[in-house]
Design a protein around this ligand. Sequence first.
Ligand SMILES: [Zn+2]
Ligand SMILES: [Zn+2]
Length: 369
Amino acid sequence: MPRDPYEILGVARDAGEQEIKKAFRGLARELHPDVNAHDPQAEEKFKEAAEAYEILSDPERRRTYDRYGHDGLRSGGYAPNFEGFGSIGDLFNAFFGGGSGFGAAAGGDVAVAVEIELLDAAHGKTVEAVFDAVERCEHCKGNGAEPGTPIETCERCGGSGQLQAVTRTPFGQMVRTVLCETCGGDGRVPKEPCHECRGRGRIQVERRLDVEIPAGIADGQQIRVSGRGHAGDAGAPPGDLYVLVRVREDERFVREGDDLITAHDVPAPLAALGASLEIPTLEGIATVELAPGTQPGEILTIRGEGMPGLRKGRRGNLRVVVNVVIPRRLSAEQRELLEQLNESLTEENLRSQEGMFAKLRRALGSQAA
Ligand SMILES: [Zn+2]
Ligand SMILES: [Zn+2]
């Protein structure tokens, strides 16, 4: 004895069309053999749910069932129509593919890229994103008909928006439901297509949108702007806009996380003598003390002159790699001075304060900031 379709779908006797649809959609998702391969009964249960839906989604069948039960349906010539995969596939196609017949489709997402400078990435910037998006045609209010002209039932599909395509498969004949391409699944076609959108009801427009890029953003990060993508079908939500942020390479600074790294040339005698150095930072100039005897590759850290953290707000540091430049193309006089200097050097001048491991670590580029 077949079960009560209301009970199977878990809906009340007076449930509305939408409620029934929703209940079945939920069950179908749960029970679909593809999703639920581990449960051997899933397919059986799915079939049962599909049959219940077939009864309750058809007003006349539902009335007959309400009055006379399963017997009434049978004597009225109705038999559940779920032999094999074909009609189950039908239902699935209707629910999960195509989008025909079961509610309006949401709009698609749009991706756009914008390029900013490193300084903009440090401060944050409002950037105008320019992109193409589909919008509802205002001339026809989205229905595709030239205003004042009638919309007629699609002759190709008889208004259902769907066509049956029969294919042979190892499981036997399979009937697939596909979208009617004449009416695009609407079931209705305008007698005179809208002049603006050629009957599509939607048009592609160039849209400009100010997008706020937060301080601290890194190259390759995306910003999602909800609801600014393509328009959906009437009554359905629009898609989202994804803004890919490209940060242009800077000639002076390399970024590492929230830190910036730069190199600064220092003549060898100055590295030996020590000096006050003026180092260009992202936003200006910082004065840094170079200790006497600074070695090539040593790193000076300027606190707080890096990039702001995207979340923390605290800025990283600027690391300055000391690039000791050995003088070349010496004049006779310079040569003489250096020779004198060289002869005067003692063991004390050349002894390194760091051990070999520290030297190697530095040579390999790792250091404690
Ligand atoms: Zn139009
Ligand atoms: Zn059609």
